[in-house]
Design a protein around this ligand. Structure first.
Ligand code: ZN
Ligand code: ZN
Length: 148
């Protein structure tokens, strides 16, 4: 059985940012392999991210690949790869939503070496130099006064 649907995850909030501004495209299939039901899903979208360091917004592709076995009941120990069916059904929207949250990067950077904002003057150090005045060494302050 082929599966294909669009899911709205625009309400999923990561610290005040909801990156899934575009629909998430989900495609996959359930296959019966020797009496075992195997579910495979691929989810794709383009996220709208905010850099944790410099607050720039940027787009980033998001891809998720999921694979589970479906079972009516568990025999033996817990297994993360096995999904239990509930009355022969499974909530794919809930599954994709949980996987999306679990697979989101904990840190979002516009680029690996983002220099961020200066905590003193707020300059975006990727684009401009810091405008903070250099602190005068207290040992030289008296000398600086003489020069004024
Ligand atoms: Zn950045
Ligand atoms: Zn500065």
């Amino acid at each position: 059985m082929d599966l294909r649907f669009e899911q709205d995850l625009s309400d999923v909030d990561f610290g005040g940012v909801c990156p899934a501004v575009r629909p998430v495209l989900v495609a996959g299939q359930v296959r019966n392999i020797a009496g075992m039901l195997r579910l495979q899903l691929e989810a794709d979208t383009t996220l709208s991210c905010v850099c944790d360091r410099c607050a720039a917004t940027f787009d980033k592709p998001f891809h998720l690949s999921l694979e589970y076995l479906l079972a009516e009941e568990l025999e033996g120990e817990e297994n993360d790869d096995i999904l239990l069916l509930d009355n022969g059904t499974i909530d794919l929207a809930e599954l994709v939503r949980e996987a999306f949250i679990l697979n989101m990067d904990t840190k979002t950077l516009c680029r690996e070496d983002c220099k961020g904002l200066c905590p003193g003057c707020g300059a975006n150090l990727n684009e401009e130099a810091c405008r903070c005045k250099k602190e005068i060494d207290p040992r030289l302050a008296a000398l600086a006064k003489l020069l004024e």
